[in-house]
Design a protein around this ligand. Sequence first.
Ligand code: DUC
Ligand code: ZN
Ligand code: ZN
Length: 470
Amino acid sequence: MNLFVIIKAMIIKCDLLIKNGKVVLPNKIENVDIAVKDEKIILIGLNLNVEANEIVDASGKIVVPGAIDAHTHLAMSYKTTFSADDYFTGTRAALCGGTTSIIDYPCQTKGVSIKETLKPRFEMCQKDACADYSFHCAITDFNDGEILNEMDEACENGITSYKGYMVYKKEGMMLSDQMISTLLKRTKEVGAILNLHAENYEMLEERCQKYLKEGKTSPWYHYMSRPESVAAEADKRAIRLATNLKAPLYLVHMSDKEGLEAAIQAKQAGFDIKIETCPHYLEFTNEVYKRVDGINFVCSPPMKNKESQDALWKALNDGYIDTIATDHCPFKKEEKLWGKDDFTKTPNGCAGIENMYPYMLSKANEGKTTFETVVKVCSYNPAKIFGCKNKGSIEIGKDADIVIFDPNKDFVISVKNMHSNYDYTIWEGHKCHGYIDSTYLRGKLVFKDGKFLGKRGSGKFIKRTRYNRG
Ligand code: DUC
Ligand code: ZN
Ligand code: ZN
């Protein structure tokens, strides 16, 4: 064999080569090529000399890892209905918005084990999920201690995070402070992390009753019954409970300045407090509840004042926000209207799964934050915190979950160009400066030029590693 033949034989063959893009790597942005084979990133470098079945020219585009939405409520049962997106439409929409993995929140019914809670969810996802998926399990009852015993085995099986609600008492979901402390202790012991929804139930319930008695029934009173102070009290209590035990705590959907500041202080004092916020708190304020379509924005916690919103943006850019996730939980218009004469009857939740990454990336494109920050909070950090060891960055050996973002493509969000199963969106009319060009899930093209190209049931379960033990 002559030298030419030997060198030719050594040239690596790969499935996909993404060339000439500006790639957001873990600690820098570089113009490099990415080679993908068998669902994994196998090479990253300048002018890679590889053969590829498919070559994509990403000149002028920004290449980022697929986002991980660590907070969704798909097929969530509520009274006589379900949240509008199931695991098919929800994960289809996710992929179309550059989110390649989700971590959903099944909720335990009292008396039921973790395994039994998750079983139907696994079945639904195996059949329906188009994106990769995992679950946090919301705990409502210890079943005489069985749940606590079961947690170690559940962690072994990849379920390494749990959730507690400090609200939803009437729905049987609220935990006492004692139960929260027990869960904080147990999650720390087994190498899991506890996620808390922090609002003060007694404070908000008293306000709800007062407003209803006074005939104040509009969506504005949803906000008024759960204002900044109601979230702040619970945020601070949750932080106290966790720091007291030196246990890790993940505060979901942080929305208020006072709670945020308390969490930042605890972080600065060396405690392991993680902060999640959502795009809707960064974009909207409580003013939305005065709009004619204010009812559509009813979610808990509600959007807060401008001061809180500014504090969230500052904390994001100062590096204190750990993750951004959506709390995706849309309901149909008709269902939202259950609350038209009584705000407490409105199903809580808004859409976001397809909007998070385009919104955040376009904010980076506009200079309100940086691409590195967006990648950190939407991909790298959720992967690290929740033990998705093959996800979260463009690195050799990771899953080839790759998004190509076109900074020059403007896009106006409308219910008509989304891929969910809802019939309105709070993001209607929002202009994104730059948009997702294409999404790859483990090297497969699943979204391009506005079209979903993925496959129902092709999402894989993400068996997560224990907290900080990955
Ligand atoms: N809040 C919402 O708005 N929806 C789902 C659950 C929650 O806590
Ligand atoms: Zn919540
Ligand atoms: Zn939620």
